[in-house]
Design a binder for this molecule. Structure first.
Ligand code: PEP
Ligand code: MN
Length: 362
C-alpha cells in the first residue's frame, strides 16, 4: 500500500496514517522522493484504500502488490531526469553511453574513452564483473578494471557506468562508479536492487531477457522504494524464436514504457541485436521511437575483444552512429548535445598485438 502525503502533512496526521496502516497489518516505511513524500505499507495487509484516502493529509492511497506505483507515470507530475556527469538523462538531450563490453587493459579503456569522448559520448561504459553464460568465458578483471575505468572516465571527463553483480559489492564499488548497471540477468535480483537503491547513485536497470514490461517496472519500484529516484530503464532485447539475431530488440518498449512511467528509457542496440551491422540502424530506430538515449558497445579492435566483439562497433563506426542519430533526434524534437572534436584522427585498429597500444592517427 502506498500513501502519498499532501505537502506540509502535520506530525499528528502522519501518525494517524501510520496507525491506520498498522491496523491493516502492514509494516510501515517512509519514502521521500523528489516528487513527493510517501508512507508505504509493506506486507500482506488488508488493502483498504478507502479508509486511508479519507484521512487528513492523504493525497491518495494505492495498492502496490500488482503493479508499480512509485515508478508509474502518475506518481510524478514531471518526467524524471537522472543526473549523470555534466548532463542528465531524460531531458531533451540524448544520452550516449559508449565503451567496451569489458575493460580488458588500461590501454584499451583509455583509448576507447578518448575516442568516444571526442566523438560525442556522454558517459563511458565498461564491464569489470561480467555475467557470462559459460563459467569458462572471460569473467572480467574485477576491481583492477574498475580502477582503470575510473581513471579513463576522469581523464576524459565522462561519468562511468559499470555492472554490479552482487549486493556485497555495491559499497566497495561505489567510490569508483557514477552509475550502477544492473545486468539483464539480475533484473529480478531483489536484494541487489535494494542495495543499489540505498547507495543513492543512478541505476541503469536492464530489462530481463524474458521479463514483461510490468515486471520491469516492478523491479524499478524496488529501487525507488529505497528512496532512490534515479533509475534509467534499458531495453536490451528479449528472447524470441528468432535466431538470426542474439535477442529481439523490443522497441515497442520505448513508447509503451514512456506512457507508463516517468523514468527515462534508453536502448541498447548492441545486446539487442548481437550484430555489428544492425547496431547503427537500430540505434536510429530507437531514437526515432523516442528513446532518451543509447548504450552501445565500442571496441578499438572488435575482432580481438574478450567479450561481445561481434556486436561491438569500431571507434570510427561509433563516430558514424553519433552523426547518424543527430538528424533523427532533431526530427523527433530531441538533440545530440555533443560536437565531435574536429580532426581528432583515425584510430589504428588492425595488426595490433596485445599491449602494443592503439594510437589516435599515429
Ligand atoms: C553488458 O552490458 O555487457 C551486458 C552483459 O548486458 P546485459 O545484462 O544486457 O546482457
Ligand atoms: Mn556485453
Amino acid at each position: 500500500m502506498i500513501v502519498k502525503l499532501n505537502d506540509h502533512a502535520s506530525p499528528a496526521a502522519q501518525s494517524a496514517i501510520l496507525e491506520a496502516l498498522a491496523r491493516q497489518d502492514y509494516t510501515t516505511r517512509r519514502v521521500s522522493l523528489p516528487f513527493g513524500d510517501f508512507i508505504v505499507g509493506l506486507g500482506d495487509g488488508a488493502g483498504d484504500t478507502t479508509t486511508l484516502a479519507a484521512l487528513e493529509s492523504v493525497a491518495w492511497a494505492r495498492r502496490g502488490a500488482e503493479r508499480a506505483v512509485l515508478a508509474a507515470i502518475d506518481a510524478s507530475p514531471t518526467r524524471t531526469e537522472v543526473p549523470l556527469g555534466r548532463t542528465s538523462i531524460g531531458g531533451t538531450a540524448l544520452a550516449v553511453i559508449a565503451g567496451p563490453c569489458s575493460v580488458e587493459d588500461r590501454d584499451q579503456i583509455r583509448t576507447c574513452a578518448r575516442f568516444v569522448a571526442a566523438y560525442g559520448a556522454t558517459a563511458l561504459r565498461g564491464g569489470a564483473f561480467k555475467p557470462r553464460s559459460s563459467p569458462y568465458a572471460f569473467q572480467g578483471l574485477g576491481h583492477e578494471a574498475l580502477e582503470m575505468l575510473a581513471e579513463a572516465g576522469k581523464t576524459t571527463g565522462l561519468p562511468v557506468v559499470t555492472e554490479v553483480m552482487e549486493p556485497g559489492e555495491v559499497g566497495p564499488m561505489a567510490p569508483l562508479v557514477d552509475c550502477f548497471q544492473i545486468g539483464a540477468r539480475s533484473m529480478q535480483n531483489f536484494p541487489l536492487l535494494r542495495e543499489v537503491g540505498r547507495a543513492g547513485k543512478p541505476v541503469l536497470l536492464k530489462r530481463g531477457p524474458s521479463s514483461t514490461m510490468k515486471e520491469f517496472l516492478l523491479s524499478a519500484e524496488y529501487v525507488l522504494l529505497e528512496g532512490n529516484p534515479n533509475v534509467i530503464l534499458c531495453e536490451r532485447g528479449i528472447k524470441t524464436f528468432e535466431t538470426a539475431t542474439r535477442n529481439t530488440l523490443d522497441l515497442n518498449a520505448v513508447p509503451v514504457l514512456k506512457s507508463q512511467t516517468h523514468l527515462p528509457v534508453v536502448v541498447d542496440p548492441s545486446h539487442g541485436t548481437g550484430r555489428r551491422d544492425a547496431v547503427i540502424p537500430m540505434a536510429r530506430a530507437a531514437v526515432a521511437a523516442g528513446a532518451d538515449g543509447l548504450i552501445v558497445e565500442v571496441h578499438p579492435d572488435p575482432a580481438r575483444a574478450l567479450s561481445d566483439g561481434d556486436q561491438s562497433l569500431t571507434l570510427a563506426q561509433f563516430r558514424t552512429l553519433v552523426e547518424e542519430i543527430r538528424p533523427v533526434a532533431e526530427a523527433v524534437g530531441r538533440r545530440v548535445e555533443a560536437t565531435p572534436v574536429p580532426n581528432f584522427g583515425e584510430p589504428r585498429t588492425s595488426g595490433r598485438r596485445r599491449g602494443t597500444g592503439w594510437g589516435a592517427g599515429d
